[in-house]
Structure formats: C-alpha cells, structure tokens
Design a binder for this molecule. Structure first.
Ligand code: B12
Length: 495
C-alpha cells in the first residue's frame, strides 16, 4: 500500500484569485487519477485554493500523512507555486517521490525538468499514473511508460517535443468524487428568468462529457491537445457519473459540448430516461448553436441554464485573423437563439495587447449595444507549448512568462502604458457588470449573496486595475512605443 497525496496549488495572481471569488470548481482531475489506481492505496486530495494559509496547510499535511508519492497538478500560472511546493517536499521528506501532471506539465515539460521533480506525466493521466504507481509500488524505477518523462539525465527531450495523444475517453474510469467535500465548490450561476431568491452561488460539481474540438482557432491550445478531433465519453457512463453526483448544478469541463449533434441528443435522451434532473452550464461555439438549435432546445428541456460562448472580438477582421471560423453576425444570432430558448449566454471577449483607446471604446460601445448579457474579458495571449508562444518569446517583457499566463496579463508589450491598459480593462469589466441581466432585470437576490457578489466584483476589478504590479517596476508606465512614438501602434483593425 502506498500513501499518495494529490495537490492543487494556490494561485499567486490577484486576477485568478479574483476570478475564484465567482467560481471555484472541483479538482476533477484527481477524481480520475484516484479511480485509475487500485483501491488498496491510501490517497488524499489537498486543494490549496481553499486555504487562507496555503503553505502551512501544505506542511501540516505532509507532516501528518507522510506520503510516499506527491502528485501536483498545475496550469502555467501555477507552475512557480508548484515548483516551490515540490522543493518543500524534497526538503521535508527527502524519500518521497514527486510527480507532476496537468496542463503545464503537458505543454511545457522542459520547464518541469528540475531536480525537485522526479516524474512528468503529460496529457490524460489515468493510464500513466496507474503504471507509475504500480512500478513504484513494486520498488521499480518507472521507465518506458507512455507519456511519463523522467527528469534529470533521463529526460527524453525528443519525447517531450511530441504532443501526447488523448486516449479514447471511453476507456476512462468514473471519477471518484469522495475525495473532497462538494460543499467547498461553487460558481455564480447564470440563467434566464431565475426564480425570485434563487441561489446565486449554488454548490457546483464539474463533469466532462467529451474531450477536444474540431476547430483550429489560433489562440487556443485545444487543437494541439486533441488533434482537432472531438471525442465523447460513453453516453451510459456520463449519465451514470451525473446521476451519482451529489450536487444539482453541473459545470461542464468540455472544450465544446454540442459539436457532435448525435452524441448531444443521445446523452439528453439517456439522462431523461434515467430521471437525472440537474441544472447545466455548458460550452459551445456560436456556429454550433446556430447549426443545432433543436439540440439546444432539447438540452434546455433537460436543464441547460447557461452556455459559455467565445465571442472573442467585435470585428470580423480580428475573428478572421485568429481563424475563428465565425463572424460577428454568428455571435449575435447565437445570442438571440439562446435568449429565445430561455438559455443564458455568457459572452467571452478578448482584448489584444495592441489595443489603444479607440479599440477599448469600440469594445465598450459594442457590448453596451447588446441585449443584457453576462460578459467576461481576457487578454489574447499566445499559448505555452505552441509555435506562436515561442515566436513571441523574444518580445515578452518579462523573461519567464509562465507565471503570468492566466490570459489576463498581457505577456507582450501593450501599445498603451501597462498601467493604463489594466485601468481600461477594469473599467470595461465595471461597465459590462452594469449590463448583466441580474442587474438590469433586478431579480430579488438573497442579501448575503448580493453582498458577496458585489465584493467579488470590486476585488476582481481591482485586480485588473493593479495588474501592472505583477511586472517589474520599470515596466509599469512603459508601453510598446519608444520615445519617438514609433513601435507598437494602437492600430484600429477595420471590420
Ligand atoms: C474547465 C476549465 C476551466 C474551469 C475550471 C476548472 C477547475 N477545476 O478549476 C474554469 C472555467 C473555472 C477555468 C478557469 C481558468 N482556466 Co481553464 N480550462 C478548463 C478546460 C476547458 C478543462 C480543464 C478540466 O478541468 N478538465 C477536466 C480534467 C478531468 O482534465 P485535466 O485537468 O486535463 O486533467 C487530466 C490530465 O491533465 C492529467 N492530470 C492533471 N493533473 C494531473 C496531476 C498528476 C499528478 C497526473 C499524473 C496527471 C494529471 O490527468 C487528468 C485526468 O484525466 C481546459 C481546456 C483543456 N482541454 O484542458 C482549460 C484550461 C486548462 N484553462 C486555462 C486557463 C488559462 C484558465 C484561466 C487562467 C483562464 C481565465 N483567465 O479565466 C482560469 C484559471 C482558473 C484557475 N483557478 O486556475 C488554459 C490553461 C493554459 C495554461 N498553459 O495553463 C486551458 C488549457 C484553456 C486554454 N484553451 O488555453 N478553466
């Protein structure tokens, strides 16, 4: 029997911590990993996002549990925190082995090749983790396991250069959900026509029905991860997973929920047949919504409350430049379709570091002219692991941009002074929040949840206003233009 501790680090960026005040979702990845290994092993999940004093919570758990193996997961912005925690394990428990997996390990394995880490798992983790644990359990060195890299002298740079392929999701186990307290996870829940006093922050579980997307938008990493294929899980298995989930609100972790029409209808059928009654929040492209309105209607019938739609930009030229495969008109019509079906739309926009006053103004006017809709705004940044990221590397304004990769920090120089860029983003967030249906339509909200949401909004805006502080001081008021005004220009893109 081995003692295994799975750890999710706490983010250091205020932007991410701000976002977490609106939504904090289950560490579902650990549910899958735990289900993949024999039950004889003792396994614990430590989600450091939930702790005020994360470092002491971590050290306390190490001292109490004394794990044989510690597994870390991390997005790129958490990679620095993950490495520091790995160093702590080596210092306190030198015999404990350390494995890292998750998104950062997948896209930047070379960055994880450090003495404090023993193994790097890339891509989907169930089979590699199962084989790694089996080898360590037998006292063998885990060599030759697909998608597991050794660190140090054994690091295989050739293997690290290839993208791991995602396995057939039908081979994956049902995730274990008994390793965390579902009451700790929540999300501000959007829906059209909410009931009076309906919970704004319900308990939320996460579930994945499929993996991948067929599109090749240039800003997105998913085409690289999934090889532009969409792979659904088995309908019966997803339905069983959802039926067993002890929570009524489900936030899907798919890349695209409805791009496979037949799967979408079959899953809806199966859920209805089993009497699974949950509320759902899903992800879909505008073009998918327009192509399959009947599928959206069907999902509305079985509980679909909201859909995250990547609007991305407000000009066709920008959409074309990122190969979005859709237009402004698709976005607007998708919004109308969702609203007519009584499904809330979360419209996600991006700004580019090159934006100047005119572009921010154009975005503001566009959003204000939409019907009331919940919006979010991120910064279009190249994805670690892609050629675009490497090409942009020389122009990064800080050497190692991984720690800043939260799609909210511009990693390449902004045309406007950095401080002003953050201020305009904060103002955009503020203005869009006035346009949120919850505000416009004035549904009665439980007072304590209202206070919580308003405080979250303020902290989030503040995080954008102060994001310049995450950069070296000399960059705070610096922009991409040199003293003559030449260099990066805030050029409007006509569309
Ligand atoms: C759902 C999702 C979210 C959810 C939250 C999920 C959560 N649990 O907190 C929400 C919407 C809140 C979210 C927010 C953000 N997200 Co997000 N998100 C996703 C998405 C679509 C799926 C991730 C997921 O949960 N999958 C389900 C689980 C089961 O799979 P998994 O995490 O991949 O885990 C498997 C393997 O990776 C591996 N594995 C994972 N960990 C470990 C550990 C060990 C030890 C081992 C052996 C294996 C292993 O095995 C697991 C089991 O199958 C991905 C896209 C994608 N396809 O990965 C983006 C993605 C991960 N998100 C991303 C980003 C940037 C963000 C944000 C920063 C964006 C923003 N500005 O809003 C925030 C940050 C949130 C935070 N607190 O850190 C980027 C990460 C890029 C990077 N280089 O880090 C991705 C890849 C999207 C993208 N297109 O670029 N996200």
């Amino acid at each position: 029997m081995m003692r295994i501790l799975l750890v999710k680090p706490q983010a250091h960026l205020q932007t991410v911590l701000g976002l977490q005040r609106f939504q904090c979702l289950e560490p579902l990845e650990f549910g899958y990993l735990a289900a993949a290994i024999p039950a004889e092993h003792e396994i614990r999940v430590l989600d450091l996002r939930l702790y005020r004093w994360a470092n002491s919570a971590f050290e306390r758990e190490l001292a109490r549990f004394r794990p044989d193996l510690v597994g870390f997961t991390a997005y790129s912005h958490e990679s620095g925190a993950m490495k520091r925690l790995a160093g702590k394990v080596h210092q306190l428990l030198p015999k404990t082995r350390i494995v890292v997996g998750g998104h950062h390990a997948t896209v930047a394995p070379g960055d994880c090749n450090i003495p404090d880490i023993d193994y790097i798992v890339r891509g989907e983790g169930c089979a590699p983790f199962r084989d790694l644990v089996a080898a360590l359990h037998k006292g063998e060195e885990p060599e030759g396991i697909a998608n597991v890299l050794l660190t140090g002298e054994g690091f295989d740079a050739m293997a690290a250069a290839n993208w791991p392929r995602y396995p057939d999701p039908r081979t994956l186990p049902l995730p274990r959900r008994d390793l965390w307290d579902s009451r700790s996870y929540y999300c501000v829940w959007v829906c059209e026509n909410p009931r009076d006093w309906q919970a704004l922050y319900p308990r939320v579980a996460m579930a994945r029905t499929s993996y991948g997307c067929k599109m090749t938008c240039s800003f997105c990493i998913v085409p690289f991860l999934s090889g532009t294929t969409h792979m659904p899980r088995l309908v019966e298995v997803v339905a069983e997973d959802l039926a067993n989930t002890p929570v009524d609100h489900i936030y899907f972790a798919d890349d695209e929920n409805f791009i496979d029409e037949q799967f979408g209808f079959e899953l809806a059928e199966e859920l209805e047949k089993r009497g699974v009654r949950k509320r759902y929040f899903a992800w879909a492209r505008a073009t998918t919504i327009l192509r399959y309105p009947e599928l959206m209607r069907r999902w509305k019938e079985i509980g679909l409350d909201g859909v995250f739609v990547g609007f991305e930009f407000v000009t066709n030229a920008e959409l074309k430049a990122v190969r979005k495969g859709g237009t402004i008109s698709h976005n607007e019509r998708a919004l109308d379709t969702l609203r007519s079906l009584g499904i809330a739309c979360h419209a996600a926009f991006m700004v580019r570091p090159e934006y100047g006053y005119a572009e921010f103004e154009r975005l503001r006017d566009y959003v204000n002219a939409l019907p009331p809709v919940q919006c979010s705004f991120t910064v279009c940044t190249p994805s670690p692991g892609t050629a675009d990221y490497e090409a942009a590397r020389p122009s990064f304004w800080v050497g190692d941009a991984y720690d800043l990769h939260d799609c909210m920090h511009p990693v390449t120089p902004t045309a406007l002074p950095l401080r002003e860029f953050g201020e305009l983003l904060a103002r955009q967030l503020h203005e869009a929040s006035r346009h949120n249906p919850l505000r416009v339509e004035r549904h009665p909200i439980r007072p304590w949840e209202l206070v919580r949401a308003i405080a979250a909004e303020k902290r989030y805006e503040q995080a954008f206003r102060q994001l310049y502080r995450d950069f070296p001081r000399e960059l705070w008021d610096w922009s991409g233009r040199d003293a003559t005004g030449a260099g990066l220009e805030a050029t409007p893109i006509s569309g």
